[in-house]
Design a protein around this ligand. Structure first.
Ligand code: DGL
Length: 265
């Protein structure tokens, strides 16, 4: 039981893995990208819950000591079910994102995410309970995940799509925008260009690392110095994943394999 397990539907969770690695370089990480079933964001709550429980069971079978749900859609729809069924602690991305947004002091907070995340109202509810005086507006952005998976984070087509999705939030007066999908930090250059410098863009990657360190200090392993490692498992082979993972991590992933997780329950 010496690895931190992380999962997402695809490359998005690597933004969380990167933040964790920067803060905890000694740790060993097992990352599962459920690329065979991507995207999660357009699926129903029941399907996402089933996929998330299946992915978590697979990581637990591989002996992880902590589970980071690096997917907002799975965190929104399945965090309670995951926490109930998991023998190891579970950390989601919604609350850390909400904390990061409230820390900006904004009165109007826009949330962008997958259709599932916005429909679940997980962000809207958490913001209403932790920041009752804050006004919140959510906007689903279904085309963003394919653009991020394509590596088009700094691209005129992404600028155009972002313009379409963000304009209602900008006209409404959003001062802070929560990137409520772990894929969206990969689109930052386009999103920053369209949102403008007056709007703060926040994501949960670094605050998730804070939660892991703050709430699970007893599980942190510092015995490998800076020599932790990352094992990546995918449910479907994907050259595109490899290309983007290499760009995010700054090197080729050392250990990458395709796994069948269907038998994990
Ligand atoms: N990266 C995920 C999220 O944070 C899921 C994207 C998808 O599969 O639709 O919601």
């Amino acid at each position: 039981m010496n690895q931190i397990g992380i999962f997402d539907s695809g490359v998005g969770g690597l933004t969380v893995l990167k933040a964790l690695r920067e803060r905890l370089p000694s740790e060993r990480y097992l990352y599962l990208g459920d690329t065979a079933r991507l995207p999660y964001g357009t699926k129903t709550a029941a399907t996402v819950r089933r996929y998330a429980l299946n992915a978590a069971a697979h990581l637990v079978d591989h002996g992880v000591k902590l589970l980071v749900v690096a997917c907002n859609t799975a965190s929104s729809y399945a965090l309670d079910a995951l926490a109930e069924s998991s023998p190891v602690p579970v950390v989601g991305v919604v609350l850390p994102g909400v904390r990061a947004a409230l820390a900006t002091g904004a009165h109007r907070i826009g949330v962008i995410g997958t259709e599932g995340t916005i429909r679940s109202a997980a962000y809207q509810d958490a913001l209403a309970s932790l920041g009752p005086s804050v006004e919140v507006r959510g906007e689903p952005c279904p085309l963003f995940v394919p653009l991020a998976e394509e590596g088009w984070g700094d691209h005129p087509v992404t600028d155009q799509v972002a313009h379409h999705y963000l304009t209602p939030l900008l006209e409404w007066g959003a001062e802070t925008l929560i990137l409520g999908c772990t894929h969206y930090p990969l689109l930052r250059p386009s999103l920053e260009r369209v949102a403008g410098s007056a709007v703060r863009l926040v994501d949960s990657a670094s605050t998730v690392a804070d939660s892991v360190i703050g709430d699970h200090a007893e599980l942190i392993d510092t015995s490998h110095g800076d020599a932790g490692d990352v094992h990546i498992q995918l449910t479907d082979a994907s050259d595109r994943f490899l290309r983007i993972a290499t760009a995010i991590l700054g090197h080729n992933p050392e250990h990458l394999e395709v796994v069948d997780i269907d038998s994990a329950v």
